[in-house]
Design a protein around this ligand. Sequence first.
Ligand code: OAD
Length: 247
Amino acid sequence: MPEDDVARVAELLRGAGKVVVFTGAGVSAESGVPTFRGAGGLWEGRPVEQLASPQGFVADPVVVWEFYQQRRANLTRVKPNPAHEVLARWQYRFTSYTIATQNVDGLHQAAGAQHVLELHGSIWVIRCSACGRARVDRTVPFPALPPRCETCGGIERPGVVWFGESLPEEVLDAATAAAGSCDVLVVVGTSAVVYPAAGLVHVASAAGATVVEVNPEASAISHIAQHSLRGPAGAVLPTVDSLLGEA
Ligand code: OAD
């Protein structure tokens, strides 16, 4: 990663008032959380439509729950990495600062980030598919699958967004508003192929924001980014942060 690219991004951020960070699975990769696409990704060799769609859940809730339970169990063994830590600290640096994440793992919050827009929900939220009652529940493993709603006895589901479902409206609206009015959008660790979340990059770019990408590989939005820092987020972000100096 050329040093002057990092220095230019640090310079850009030093002069920025409103910053939005848009993250994907890559920001948690160095914590030991698998990404979705590519070799070794969660979707490799797995039937996505069976594991991450409302139809798949109706057909076999236990199979879907076993997949999510395994992910929840893995998450109990990981902790935030330096990328999450830098992104959490930046909440004290800018006039306006928003983290909008596609991740459901809660690692931004575990690093201390206070207002995280979870575009795809949270794996720690459980919602009744019958009455809609939602709650935070960190039980791993559940004594029986699928878990049942205490209120109505209905089958509970993970509080995440599945393919074919809408994103939580107020979360997407807040993220769109922030992206549409920021000076700099930092896109970290996402292939940027899943919409509407990836649309945030287009919203920010169309509104005149400078787009910075942090990703070891090119992504679907690389052509829009003015700066591409090609490296792992856990190394790149601390380097940028060290050049920013004291807040
Ligand atoms: P992907 O698996 O599609 O992409 C992960 C990205 O992270 C890739 O571009 C990698 O190059 C990059 N990456 C890997 N290691 C990295 C590192 N150490 N530092 C920085 N970047 C790294 O994951 P997402 O883009 O998050 O949705 O996927 C988007 C959505 O698709 C997910 O939220 C999920 C999935 O299906 C739902 O489940 C609705």
